[in-house]
Each structure stands twice: as C-alpha cells, then as structure tokens.
Design a protein around this ligand. Structure first.
Ligand code: PLP
Length: 281
C-alpha cells in the first residue's frame, strides 16, 4: 500500500500536509530521487544517495538527517508499504518559511517520502519499442542537479503525449542531450553512444549501469554528443531510467526507426542480471 512520510512522521498519503509557505511548493527549492524496488529490495540505493548528496551540495541544502538514518527511514517506509515491485520517491526542500527568495536564516530542510507500486512499461512496448518525439531542450545549464524544477520536462513530456509518443528527446543546438525523464543511447556499427556526463544532463544511475553492461559485453562505449540526424542513422536507439530500465525506440517524430533491437535487449538483459546479482548479496 502507498506509504508516505512528511517532515518527521508517517502520514496518510492523501492527507494535506504541505503548508502554503513551503519552499518546495513555492519555489521548487529542493531536490529528489526515485529508487526502484525489486522483490522488496531497493536497487542501487547507494548510487541514489550519492547523487542526492551531490544535488544537495550543489544547491547548498543540508540533508535533514545523517545518511544512515535516511537510509533506515527509507527501508522502514518500504517495509510499512509491504511493496515488492515498488518505487520510492523522496524529496528534500529548504523547508517551511515565510516566502522570500533568499535562504531562510534557520536551516530546517523538509523531507518527504512516498512508496508506491512501480510503474512498469507494458510488455508490448518493451519488446516492440516506444514512440518518441524530439523537441527543443529549454532547460537551464545545471541539469546534472536532480532539482524539483521540472517545468520544461513536464512541457516536453506533455508534447510527446499529445503526439501519441511516450517520451520527448531534448535537442540543444542540434545535439541530443537526453529525454525529459530518461537518458538516450544509440548503437551504430557495434558501438554504443551516449551524451557525456556534463552539467547539461542528469547523470542517470541506469545510464551508468548500461555503460557497465556494455563493458561486460565487450561493446565499445563512446561518451560523445550526437545530433538528431544520428538518431535516424543509428541501428538502434534506446532510452534508460530507473522506472523504464532500457526501452527500445521504434519511432521518432512519426518515422519508423527500427523493429528489432538485439543490442538493446542484450544490454537490458545484462542490466537485469546486475539487478538480480545485487539482490542476492
Ligand atoms: N534524465 C532525466 C532528466 C531524468 O529525470 C531521469 C530520471 O528520472 C533520468 C535521466 C534517468 O535517471 P535514472 O537512470 O537515475 O533514473
């Protein structure tokens, strides 16, 4: 069952708890993470907490509790939910203070957690691919920070949905940066390409795992930028995220780009092997 925490206590997920003067609510002044749970066990928890610490430092936010306590709390929330195939969403904001752009004098960060059932991509799309569109990347320069400010991502995703697609690939100066909530890969002549982990993209945990999977499979990896045209010249395009794992792309802007995805499937299988292996540790 859905289980939620706000600022010191477990709460009914449907109860209103965020005061109007909450900085996440008013400014998007906060950061977040999404962690996938497989068979009741969080996957890559340490990687997510590492990234959370980096995001926090980048926006000068102190974590509301030591990392070990946060980790224990996430596990408690998960246990209370009884979730087996689940997602843990956590966000930390600069807390409850009268509205004023500058930091409040007193440091009182607020933590929310919600554990809910995992959103899983339908089998049909996992196998036959998903439709995507391309759209301009209108975000700020610090996309490596997992900040709550997701308005450009929301607008891009909505544009995709309205065109019958599942994801919007973001284009900045002709370069494919990433998806609105995913990282983008392409396979060409046996080589795997993805945007380098610059400040301009989120350093996806799944992105990192796919790069590791490629090393295991002896697939060369090139972390270099590529253009929209390169998407159409690729043998395979796929996108990655905590919730999607690796999803093949079959159509871009209404043009069919592929119908079989042997490379993507191989990498996805290796990712799933990593997941299973870490669960048995
Ligand atoms: N890029 C963006 C903009 C995202 O919001 C996300 C995650 O939701 C990703 C990439 C994928 O990151 P991860 O694999 O860590 O879930």
């Amino acid at each position: 069952k859905m289980t939620a925490w706000y600022n010191g206590s477990f709460i009914d997920p449907d109860t209103a708890v965020i005061p109007i003067q909450e900085r996440g609510h008013q400014f998007g002044d906060g950061i977040y993470e999404v962690i996938r749970v497989y068979s009741g066990m969080p996957f890559a928890m340490e990687d997510h907490l590492d990234r959370l610490e980096k995001s926090a430092a980048a926006v000068r936010l102190t974590l509301p509790m030591p990392r070990e306590e946060l980790e224990a709390l996430l596990l408690e929330a998960l246990e209370r939910s009884g979730g087996e195939e689940a997602e843990i969403y956590l966000q930390i904001t600069r807390g409850i203070h009268p509205r004023n752009h500058a930091f409040p004098k007193e440091d009182r960060p607020a933590l929310s957690i919600i554990v809910s059932p995992a959103r899983v991509l339908p089998e049909e799309e996992q196998e036959n691919g998903i439709r995507v569109i391309t759209t301009e990347d209108k975000r700020w320069t610090q996309c490596w920070i997992k900040s709550l400010n997701l308005l450009p991502n929301v607008l891009a995703k909505q544009e995709a949905v309205e065109q019958g697609a599942r994801e919007a690939l973001l284009i900045r100066d002709g370069i494919v940066t990433e998806g609105s909530s995913t990282n983008v890969f392409l396979l060409r002549s046996g080589t795997l390409y993805t945007h380098p982990a610059t400040e301009g993209i989120l350093h996806g945990i799944t992105r990192d795992r796919i790069i590791r999977a490629a090393a295991e499979a002896d697939i060369p990896v090139v972390e270099e930028t590529f253009t929209t045209d390169a998407l159409f010249d690729a043998e395979e395009v796929f996108i990655t995220s905590t919730t999607l794992e690796a999803a093949p792309v079959c159509e871009i802007n209404g043009r069919t780009t592929g119908s079989s995805f042997p490379g993507t499937m191989k990498l996805r299988n290796l990712l799933q092997q990593q997941i299973r292996k870490e669960q048995n540790q």
